[in-house]
Structure formats: structure tokens, C-alpha cells
Design a protein around this ligand. Structure first.
Ligand code: GLU
Length: 476
């Protein structure tokens, strides 16, 4: 076992979206490629921000994506417990140690007093630092009564971040922050440092909102005599416009929604890994095993990665095209429309093979296949909204369809015969495929798009194809 140990440490404050999953994925990849350990730690110390059901949701999302953790709230291990709310005595022990070292003190101020200090500093054009108002006399700290603050020893810091490179901050970035709140719960700032030490975490991978506080953390590591873990802070995932952080409004969906809509797990992982990371070549498609081999934090870019859903669609489509016929059948199973009800396996399979090329996610199956199972109502918009067709005028359209029907009536509806008849029709009608085939396609499917025409007709079958042609002719 290597000494590499990473953790995913979400706060249970809502659903998991792409940004959170990316953090988890990077930590998982680093652990797996080093034959290390990956653990799930729930950071539930801020009771006000908690959303019920989030822990179950986090667990379910990681499992659905195959990001298995070696230990977590539902999986015992030597680092347990894995919920911060169950580790309060551990934080208290370290808090008392800091008190004994003279590096912590009870915060005596009320909110009003603090506001007054803040105002005073503002008037004097000074940055507000709590340590400038540190009380002279120290009260005894009473657990679950007053907050406990860190007594910082300000200094400038230079540190290395695997992704962001060499970072630095002056001593004004170090302050007396709260370690334990008056409710007895630790702050994130304190709890994660204690936990990462106790759990022997080797790499911290987390969002950039924590960079500003890192000098405080470094000061606390020193006070406790801990060696800080390796730090890696990927830049945020940006919305499609590329100039602000991805938000729910940009379509930052619950990751489970993607899975339910028929996105493939390897495609999702490939896409999420590529938000900010590449292997230095032009290769874009990586299997999960390839990601484990090729991923490196050093090659994560320093600037934000843009979330482009079209790229996800493209990537997912590429994975679907590569599926074996059997996998395709199995994965498509939950997505058939109700109209497919009693269709037999062979028929379903043929329909799938026809759409495999263009399918971007399985949730599109109903829209792309319904006409194989049922006669859709005539949709006059399909012709009227197609300028090439509508400008020919109804009499000509009708005549073209009659010619097609006359020829197809003679067909045995084998693919070869259908193809050769359709080609001859192009000659006899002197129409381009863009017109004639679109017209026949609309008449026989009543769908805005369909797979190649001859193949679709073969599957729809002679009787239904001719009946649909007749219906369209009558309507013209
Ligand atoms: N609990 C923090 C959050 O959800 C995680 C920070 C960390 O990974 O240390 O933002």
C-alpha cells in the first residue's frame, strides 16, 4: 500500500453537480493510480446549511459513477468516524491542546462589539483583523458557551500548489479565526486540519475558495506541529459563457439526472476529467482505465474550464457508437417508449442499430424511434416548414408521392430492392435526394428526423409504409 491517501470531503448542502464530482474524480484518480486509498468524509459541522438527504445523495452519486471509496460513513475503516458531527470529541481534544500551548483563547466579544471594531478599522482605513483587537485578559474557555479562537502568529507565507504553482501572501492574510463555535461544533477551518492529520491524508484536492484562507491554515499547522498535506486547488468549472462559475441556471444539473437521461458513466467521467485536464496530446477519448493511467494534477490548467454541454453530447455519442450490439440492447432497455410495448427483441435491436450513429444519449430513443412502432398523426408542419418542399406546391408533391407509391408497391421491401427503387425514382422524377427522400421520409414517419430512408422503410414494412404514403397523398 502506498502512502497516498486522498479524500472527498463534501458538505451535505445539496445535490452533487459537475463541479463537485470533478473534485471527487480527481481525488479518486490520484488514489487509484498510486495504489493508494480514497475516503469519503462528510463535513457536516454547519448545521444551518445542511439539506436533508444530501448524504444519501452524495453516496448514491459516487456509487453510480463507480467512484468507489475505501471507507466512508457507510463503509467502516481505520479512520472512522467519517462524519465530522461524530468527531466532536476529537476536535475538542486538539482545541484543548492549543489552549495548553497558549495558542487559543475564549472569544469574549459580542457581535455588537465586533461590529464596532470593524467600523472603527474602516474609519481608520485599516483592514479589519481580529487579532488587532485581541483581548488582554483571557477568560477561561467554556466548551459550548463561548467560541474558541486561534491565537495566530502572523507572518508571510510562500507555498506550493500542485495546480496553481507557487503562491504567496503577506502577514495580513493571517488572523485569529474561530476554531470551535459556541455550539461546540468546529469550523471547517479547524476541523479539516485535524481530520486530514488524524486520517493521514497525503493530498488535499479542493476548490479555489480555500486559497485565501491557506495562510491561516499554514499558521495552524505550525502551531499544531503538523506537516501540511500536498495541496491542489483546481480552478472552478465555468458556465458556457466562460466568464463565471457554473451555476444551476447554466444547467449545472444533478449528476444523477444525467445518468437517468441515459448518459454513459465512462463518457461522463471522461467529460468531467477533461474539464481543465488534458494529457498534453490531442487525445480526447479516455476509458476509465486510461484516465487512471494518464491523469496528473500537474496537467490541470490554471484557468477555469468551460462547461460545454455540446461537447458532453458529442462525447457521449462517441461512446454510444462504440458500444457492442449486446451492450447497446441492454443499456437501451429502460428507454423504449410505451408504443414499443410488445415489439420483439429482433425488431428493437434493428431499430437501435439504425439510430446508433446519431444517438447522443439514450433518453432520445423515444423521439427517434416512435414511428417504428406506431402511426404518428399527420403533421402538416413538417412540409410547410421545409422551404424546399413547400415551394414545389401541393400538386407536384402529391405527384411525387404517387410515383413513389407506384414503385414501392412492386417492391419486396428487401434493403437492396428498396435502395435501387429509391435511386431510380431520383432519375425518373428528376428530383434531388434532398427533396424526394425528405418527402418520402416525412410521409412514412411523420417525424422530423429519421435514420437512412431505405433502412427505415425496410423496418417499418411494406404494408405500413404504403398505408402511410396513401394517407399523406390523400391529405395533399
Ligand atoms: N467541505 C468542503 C466543501 O464542501 C470541502 C473542502 C475540502 O475538501 O477540504 O466545500
Amino acid at each position: 500500500m502506498s502512502s497516498v491517501k486522498t479524500r472527498f470531503a463534501p458538505s451535505p448542502t445539496g445535490f452533487m453537480h459537475v463541479g463537485g464530482i470533478r473534485t471527487a474524480l480527481f481525488a479518486w484518480l490520484v488514489a487509484r493510480q498510486n495504489n493508494g486509498r480514497f475516503i469519503l468524509r462528510i463535513e457536516d459541522t454547519d448545521k444551518d446549511r445542511q439539506v436533508e438527504g444530501s448524504v444519501e445523495h452524495i453516496v448514491q452519486s459516487l456509487k453510480a459513477l463507480g467512484l468507489e471509496y475505501d471507507a466512508g460513513p457507510d463503509k467502516p475503516g481505520p479512520e472512522e468516524p467519517y462524519k465530522q458531527s461524530e468527531r466532536l470529541d476529537i476536535y475538542r481534544k486538539w482545541a484543548e491542546k492549543l489552549l495548553a500551548l497558549g495558542r487559543a483563547y475564549a472569544d469574549p466579544y459580542s457581535k455588537e462589539e465586533l461590529d464596532a471594531f470593524r467600523k472603527q478599522d474602516q474609519e481608520n482605513h485599516l483592514p479589519f483583523l481580529y487579532r488587532n483587537h485581541r483581548p488582554d485578559s483571557t477568560l477561561a474557555w467554556e466548551y459550548q458557551s463561548s467560541p474558541l479562537r486561534f491565537k495566530s502568529e502572523p507572518k508571510a507565507y510562500h507555498w506550493h500548489d500542485v495546480i496553481m504553482g507557487d503562491l504567496s501572501a503577506g502577514e495580513e492574510a493571517v488572523d485569529d479565526f474561530i476554531l470551535i463555535k459556541s455550539d461546540g461544533y468546529p469550523t471547517y477551518n479547524f476541523a479539516h486540519i485535524v481530520d486530514d492529520y488524524e486520517m493521514q491524508i497525503s493530498h488535499i484536492i479542493r476548490g479555489q475558495e480555500f486559497i485565501a484562507s491557506t495562510p491561516n491554515y499554514l499558521n495552524l499547522y505550525e502551531a499544531l506541529g503538523f506537516v501540511p498535506p500536498v495541496m491542489a486547488t483546481p480552478p472552478p468549472v465555468l458556465g458556457p459563457s466562460g466568464n463565471k462559475k457554473l451555476s444551476k441556471r447554466d444547467g449545472a444539473k444533478d449528476i444523477l439526472d444525467y445518468i437517468n437521461e441515459g448518459y454513459l458513466v465512462p463518457a461522463l467521467l471522461n467529460f468531467i476529467a477533461s474539464l481543465g485536464w488534458n494529457d498534453g496530446t490531442t487525445k480526447e477519448l479516455f476509458s476509465v482505465e486510461e484516465l487512471v493511467q494518464a491523469f496528473s494534477l500537474e496537467r490541470v490548467g490554471k484557468s477555469g474550464a468551460r462547461f460545454d454541454e455540446r461537447r458532453l453530447l458529442w462525447m457521449n455519442g462517441a461512446y454510444i457508437r462504440n458500444l457492442s450490439p449486446t451492450d447497446l440492447d441492454v443499456m437501451a432497455r429502460p428507454f423504449w417508449p410505451p408504443e414499443a410495448g410488445d415489439a420483439d427483441q429482433t425488431y428493437l435491436h434493428k431499430a437501435l442499430l439504425l439510430i446508433q450513429e446519431r444517438l447522443k444519449y439514450f433518453g432520445e430513443i423515444p423521439e427517434l424511434t416512435r414511428f417504428f412502432f406506431t402511426d404518428l398523426p399527420l403533421n402538416p408542419d413538417l412540409i410547410s416548414s421545409n422551404p424546399k418542399l413547400s415551394e414545389l406546391g401541393k400538386p407536384l408533391l402529391k405527384q411525387l408521392l404517387e410515383q413513389a407509391r407506384a414503385s414501392l408497391e412492386q417492391s419486396d421491401f428487401s434493403l437492396t430492392d428498396l435502395s435501387s427503387r429509391l435511386n431510380s425514382l431520383l432519375e425518373t422524377t428528376s428530383q434531388p435526394a434532398g427533396i424526394l427522400f425528405s418527402l418520402i421520409r416525412i410521409a412514412t414517419t411523420q417525424a422530423p428526423a429519421s435514420p437512412p430512408l431505405a433502412e427505415s422503410l425496410e423496418l417499418i414494412g411494406k404494408e405500413r409504409s404504403l398505408a402511410r404514403l396513401k394517407q399523406q397523398i390523400d391529405a395533399l
